[in-house]
Design a protein around this ligand. Structure first.
Ligand code: 4NP
Length: 159
């Protein structure tokens, strides 16, 4: 049993998948009334997009589902995040390898694939950056489903 839980979503650029995950999961948490007990953030392993708003395609796809991610700004993953967050949830195996390399040196929260909380056969949230709009829809479908599984787990810990 615990009072508060913090969740960090990690992808490569922090402009497509992880800000989408942050927005979708925040909406689920708000619906559940647990928003004062669950802290949510996102970041990327890469540095290229630091300070930038999410990709316009991600913002548009989320908006169609009633979720506003336009005010999020990209930041880079840092070793301290493994101390600061209770859950460090990555989108794909490349993210997992990069964050795990840090975790092996520093300890803290062990990173996990976000979709391990989902029911689908997908292990990874596929990178939509170089593809078409349908990739962004798949991202939202996958993270919504995994988000529900994650929230159910967190709910047990907060009970
Ligand atoms: P994300 O997508 O990791 O879901 O934010 C990407 C964004 C940018 C790049 C790659 C993936 N990039 O190579 O710049």
């Amino acid at each position: 049993m615990t009072d508060r839980i913090s969740v960090l979503f990690v992808c490569l650029g922090n402009i497509c998948r992880s800000p989408s995950a942050e927005g979708v999961f925040r909406a689920l948490v708000e619906e559940s009334g647990l928003d004062d007990r669950i802290e949510i953030d996102s970041c990327g392993t890469g540095h290229w997009h630091i300070g930038k708003a999410p990709d316009a395609r991600a913002t548009q796809a989320a908006r169609k589902r009633g979720i506003d991610i336009s005010r999020l700004r990209a930041r880079q993953f840092a070793a301290d995040d493994l101390e600061a967050f209770d859950y460090v949830l990555v989108m794909d195996h490349q993210n997992l390898a990069e964050v795990s390399e840090v975790w092996h040196r520093t300890g803290g929260t062990r990173p996990a694939l976000f979709l391990s909380y989902g029911q689908s056969t997908h292990e990874e949230v596929p990178d939509p950056y170089y593809g078409g709009d349908e990739g962004f829809e798949l991202v939202l479908d996958l993270i919504h489903e995994a988000g529900e599984g994650l929230l159910a787990k967190i709910r047990e810990r907060l009970a």
